[in-house]
Design a protein. Structure first.
Length: 495
């Protein structure tokens, strides 16, 4: 315990302050402008305070500008010209007869035929010939040595979408939403989940950016809304808003709390339910509301998965195509499933015989392997697949001798602070990889159990490892507070 606490030194954490603050600053500025336009003085003041705090941490950092089709990559000090988005208008057809929700399939129709400017455009093989997906730039791949083994890190934590400034895994999942033209964006997004959800704050940032971009063209009735259902807000969080909850409410999120039983009945319990909206939940604006399941577990995430798959295949091909394990931390396991489907399709269309040399491996951070399989099978069926186990990504399981460490079937309990996660966080931080404590560090805690494994049943055996960094670093401060309350770290180590 003492050694771990000493490892979380103040100076080292301060070195990462600018990485966390760059995302905070962009979101806080959007919140300030949004609140001022809506003349909500209390929200405006709160957002201004958050913005001022982030500005002092970032100093020279300037967030990407809205209203311009230019993406400023602050790390490389380069500017990438983006093409005009060409997206077919959403048709207000229902997901089910008479339900009044926007049909997600209409959202995913890829009729973006932008032939004039293909800068930062990715062409997805296997789909329509003219299919293109707009993205700011590829995330970099870094090479690290961890416990004497070379691995590669896909730095999606440094990937930011223009306008909303969202990053990481959610930048991939919500690419199609972010790319919708402002005046064709749904009038209301509706979702549900936890009070500190990364998906929650990402959706809030997208909606806020659309309102900000519409500017004077927007009337009060035309204001885009984000409605979020959750369980009752804990007293401490209600009295002391922090983390993603503070960010999302500052960005204009409308939160609606439900009693535990009603929430469980409506949304299917702890781990969420179907990708379809609940039958008993009416859209706030009939024909103009889009349902987004918890964590974005739906076909909405397909475009971003396609782009990521193409980047990975290009990286793999440039290295003479050795056996590769693409490791993804999993909550709903949406990214892992869609990424696996996309990679298989691309390799099949390219007629690469060694297609099985790329294997997507999901590391469950919520629930266990059985839950991960149920989630992926359900999503696969909703997208026209068979939901067969052989079509799913590989699932990394705890070693047999590690199953006494708690959790379910040896997996760590989601969100529960443990000294084991903290030790992994510190070890990887010293190795040059800064992770969050909800997905990144727990995933690596499990991966390191198999780091030198020669078991043929282990999906990491005999393969190079490419880890997809899912981001989420803006939540470190609130996560560290929970570790402090558990007395696993000292207060002075939190910066």
């Amino acid at each position: 315990m003492q050694g771990c606490c000493q490892g979380l030194r103040r100076g080292r954490l301060c070195l990462h302050a600018h990485e966390l603050a760059k995302n905070e600053l962009g979101i806080a500025r959007l919140a300030t402008r949004q609140a001022c336009r809506m003349q909500k003085s209390s929200t405006c003041l709160l957002a201004f305070v958050v913005c001022a705090y982030c500005q002092t941490m970032t100093l020279a950092f300037q967030a990407p500008r809205r209203r311009h089709l230019t993406y400023n990559n602050w790390r490389r000090s380069t500017t990438v010209q983006l093409p005009i988005e060409c997206v077919s208008p959403l048709r207000a057809t229902a997901t089910a007869a008479g339900s009044g929700w926007i049909n997600t399939k209409d959202l995913l129709q890829r009729s973006r035929r932008c032939s004039d400017n293909e800068t930062s455009m990715a062409t997805i093989d296997g789909g329509d010939a003219d299919t293109v997906v707009r993205f700011p730039s590829q995330s970099s791949v870094e090479r690290l040595v961890i416990r004497d083994r070379i691995c590669f890190i896909k730095r999606d934590d440094n990937l930011f979408l223009p306008g909303s400034n969202i990053s990481g895994n959610k930048a991939r999942k919500f690419l199609s939403l972010n790319n919708l033209p402002d005046d064709e964006f749904p009038d209301a997004l509706v979702s549900y989940g936890g009070h500190q959800s990364n998906a929650m704050v990402a959706l809030a940032a997208i909606v806020s950016s659309k309102n900000a971009a519409l500017g004077d063209r927007r009337t009060h009735d035309a204001t885009k809304r984000f409605i979020y259902y959750s369980k009752p807000i804990p007293r401490y969080l209600k009295q002391n808003p922090s983390g993603n909850f503070l960010r999302a409410t500052s960005l204009g999120m409308e939160i609606r709390t439900l009693p535990h039983e009603e929430y469980r009945s409506l949304f299917g319990g702890l781990h969420g339910g179907s990708a379809m909206p609940p039958a008993d939940l009416d859209p706030p604006l009939a024909g103009r509301s889009l349902w987004v399941p918890q964590g974005g577990a739906s076909g909405v995430a397909q475009d971003g998965a396609d782009v990521l798959a193409l980047e990975i295949v290009d990286f793999w091909a440039s290295r003479d195509m050795p056996p590769l394990a693409v490791c993804c931390p999993g909550g709903t396991c949406t990214t892992a499933l869609l990424l696996s489907r996309s990679i298989k399709r691309i390799l099949r269309d390219k007629r690469i015989q060694s297609a099985d040399n790329i294997k997507v491996v999901v590391i469950p951070c919520v629930g266990n392997d059985e839950y991960a399989m149920r989630q992926m099978a359900s999503l696969d069926k909703s997208l026209g697949g068979r939901g067969a186990e052989k079509d799913m990504p590989a699932i990394l399981k705890p070693r047999v001798d590690a199953r006494s460490r708690g959790g379910t079937k040896g997996y760590l309990t989601f969100g529960e602070p443990t000294i084991e996660i903290l030790e992994t966080f510190d070890e990887l931080n010293n190795a040059g990889l800064f992770l969050d404590l909800l997905y990144g560090a727990p995933a690596w805690t499990l991966m390191l159990q198999h780091w030198r494994s020669r078991d043929d049943n282990c999906p990491l055996t005999g393969r190079q490892v490419l880890y997809i960094h899912s981001g989420g670093l803006e939540g470190i401060s609130s996560q560290m507070t929970r570790y402090k309350h558990k007395k696993l770290i000292e207060e002075r180590t939190i910066q």
